[in-house]
Design a protein around this ligand. Structure first.
Ligand SMILES: C[S@@+](CC[C@H](N)C(=O)[O-])C[C@H]1O[C@@H](n2cnc3c(N)ncnc32)[C@H](O)[C@@H]1O
Length: 297
């Protein structure tokens, strides 16, 4: 058995019209994704934002007649800012397994590995995290997470208290605990992220006494030895007073989720309070690290 797939590139302004036209011919599924590498900045609550240019993909049964839809897309090409339309045949496959094939064990730095739960883990002395893709961000496949994990792997966090601000899946906190940290505080504005962190901590056999999840407004009034925040440049600039106040003098800060061209804004907000300020780039993204001055500034 095979399927027909229609792949159409348009703009966010016309995505709704294209999706409606595709739905009208009984699409089995419709998905859309970024046509470029265009990060979406955090929407305000209740607001939905799309990438500027997107690729809309519709799947149809083998015998669906798509001629009228193709004609409509061709006629409205200019109005709906359609850059391309492609029709292809897709062979049937075990879909529930297909996505699993794209997740493999990944190594960060020298010792830190992330394994999907369906992979066998070797019996060696590497540090292993079990993590499956889920609703919350953070499986290590994104350069921003990878930058933080690579940094963590090179740190001596034994016995330290860490704060994971914007924890997503909890990947950074769990990695720090596996590397010997004493306790991790995990915070996020998204309830699904807090739940995913709890689930992933349990899956990784982290004792409940070693970590805690809460919303940012409920964070305990204390400072931490290590503060990690992989959010986005805008919120990181706004959160600078909060994150710096959470860091004990001499404590280490790692920030990620920042595009290379946003480095100056982060530097202005954080550099005056830090020593050893350092920037590392991976693809379009950067990681910023530093140590809080021993004297308060
Ligand atoms: C890019 S994900 C990072 C997840 C994970 N820490 C990692 O490194 O892969 C950013 C997370 O920050 C959360 N977030 C965004 N703005 C926030 C804010 N102002 N305060 C706390 N969390 C925030 C999001 O809900 C999301 O889970």
């Amino acid at each position: 058995m095979s399927w027909q797939q229609l792949v159409c590139q348009t703009t966010s302004q016309h995505q709704e019209a294209v999706v409606e036209a595709m739905e009208a011919v009984d699409a089995v599924s419709i998905t859309w994704q970024d046509a470029e590498d265009d990060p979406i900045l955090e929407p305000r609550p209740g607001e939905m934002r799309l990438w500027n240019n997107l690729v809309v993909t519709a799947l149809y049964e083998e015998d669906t007649d798509l001629s009228a839809l193709l004609l409509l897309l061709e006629t409205r090409k200019a109005d709906w800012q359609i850059a391309s339309v492609m029709q292809e045949t897709v062979e049937d496959q075990p879909w529930e397994r297909a996505w699993m094939d794209s997740f493999h064990p990944m190594c960060f730095g020298k010792h830190l590995w992330i394994y999907p739960s369906w992979c066998e883990t070797p019996d060696d002395d590497s540090v292993k995290l079990l993590l499956d893709p889920g609703l919350a961000f953070g499986t290590g496949t994104h350069p921003t997470t990878a930058l933080c994990l690579e940094w963590l792997d090179g740190q001596d966090v034994a016995g330290q208290q860490v704060l994971d601000y914007g924890c997503g899946s909890g990947v950074l906190a769990i990695a720090a605990l596996k590397l010997g940290a004493k306790h991790a505080e995990c915070t996020d504005i998204d309830p699904q992220a807090l739940q995913a962190t709890l689930d992933n901590a349990e899956r990784n056999s982290i004792p409940a006494a070693q970590f805690h999840t809460c919303y940012p407004e409920d964070l305990p009034k204390q400072t931490w030895d290590v503060v990690m925040a992989n959010i986005l440049a805008g919120p990181l600039v706004e959160l600078a007073p909060v994150l710096l106040a959470a860091l004990r003098p001499g404590g280490k800060l790692v920030l990620s989720g920042i595009l290379a061209e946003q480095a100056a804004a982060i530097e202005t907000a954080y550099q005056p309070a830090l020593t050893d300020f350092s920037i590392t780039q991976k693809d379009d993204w950067i990681r910023v690290t530093g140590i809080r001055h021993l004297s308060s500034r």
